[in-house]
Design a protein around this ligand. Structure first.
Ligand SMILES: [Zn+2]
Length: 348
């Protein structure tokens, strides 16, 4: 199948390849939030259309294409495309509830992920069959298996993990059970056997980090990811951080956290157990580029991530946006290792 691949990618150092629907595309691009925009006609190659651009000293290329022949344009439904220079970002927290657009629709997720320059994403929803079908048709999506006490059958979970599921997803608030319930134990034993992580919605009430900590203490060999770190007031985030500092099998994911908060978590917990995630596309196709901004009304994901890229040490940012999730969930690298080395040399 492979029908839903990214239309833009790096084909080599400073070389952008476009494989979308437009022919004779002219690349319209800018750097790090559309500074110094320029136009460049793309050339045909064996796999699509390519253009070589300088990348030295830049973090991202933002771009769209228009056709030189027809004036049609491909601007990712108005959200634009983003390519990270020398990085293969992973969104560790996304959902698909239906085909098509709208909140949590597959088209919305696709637009959102491409607008943020994500090269891979972990996806989950209560309907495991739908998520599996979508991930099967989408090379940059890897499914998590949604479980709750009493269902699905652990044998079914085992089968889904063997078929490519990268971990489990728990949502104690949505499904209405306390996060430390023994009803989860059969699933956690499956996760332990399979050696896969368990992601848990973390928020006030039944999904409180204090309860998630008890679960993590009961299964010290299972790695748990606190989705959102804590979707609530700062005191809960502090508790989540404290628990993660005490238990080496707890990881923090930063959806709906401002970049300053993500930076603080990385500072205090260290660079190895904090992961980027966005909860796309709960805000629809412009989830990453919302205006007015959707993260505490002060930032959107694209501005926050660029700010982190500019402030953090390169290795710390790389671990946060790509390496930690790839390692934890055993995701494939997006580029061959030898090509990664090319990226580290001074660019064109
Ligand atoms: Zn979510």
């Amino acid at each position: 199948m492979r029908r839903y691949d990214r239309p833009f990618r790096w084909a080599g150092r400073g070389l952008i390849r476009y494989t979308g629907p437009l022919s004779f595309p002219v690349l319209h691009y800018g750097y790090d939030g559309w500074s110094a925009p320029q136009d460049l006609p793309m050339q045909r190659d064996d796999a699509g259309w390519v253009a070589a651009i300088p990348t030295a000293g830049r973090h991202v290329v933002d771009c769209v294409v228009r056709s030189a022949r027809s004036q049609e344009c491909d601007n990712n439904d108005g959200a634009d495309y983003r390519l990270w220079i020398g990085l293969d970002p992973v969104d560790a927290h996304t959902h698909v509830r239906a085909p098509g657009g709208g909140t949590l629709g597959f088209d919305s997720l696709r637009t959102a992920a491409f607008s943020g320059g994500m090269t891979h994403a972990l996806v989950s929803w209560t309907d495991n069959d739908l998520v599996e079908i979508v991930a099967e048709a989408t090379p940059w999506l890897t499914p998590l298996v949604w479980v709750r006490p009493g269902g699905p059958d652990p044998a079914d979970v085992r089968r889904r993990l063997a078929a490519g599921g990268a971990g489990l997803k728990l949502h104690p608030a949505y499904d209405g059970y306390p996060a430390d319930t023994p009803g989860l134990d059969p699933y956690l034993r499956v996760a332990q056997e399979a050696g896969v992580p368990v992601t848990v919605h973390s928020a006030p009430g039944p999904a409180d980090p204090d309860l998630i900590r008890r679960l993590a203490e009961r299964f010290p060999a299972v790695r748990f990811v606190l989705y959102h770190t804590y979707l609530g007031p700062p005191e809960g985030r502090k508790r989540a951080l404290r628990h993660a500092a005490a238990l080496p099998n707890l990881y923090l994911e930063t959806s709906w956290c401002r970049s300053a908060e993500a930076e603080r978590l990385l500072d205090e917990l260290g660079p190895d157990r904090v992961l980027f995630g966005s909860d796309a596309a709960t805000d629809g196709p412009d989830h990453y580029v919302r205006r007015p901004p959707n993260i505490e009304m002060t930032e959107n994901y694209n501005t926050g991530l660029l700010r982190l890229a500019q402030r953090l040490a390169p290795d710390v940012f790389r671990a946060f946006i790509s390496g930690n999730a790839r390692k934890l969930f055993s995701l494939p690298p997006a580029y061959p290792q030898r090509r990664r080395r090319l990226f580290r040399r001074p660019s064109l």
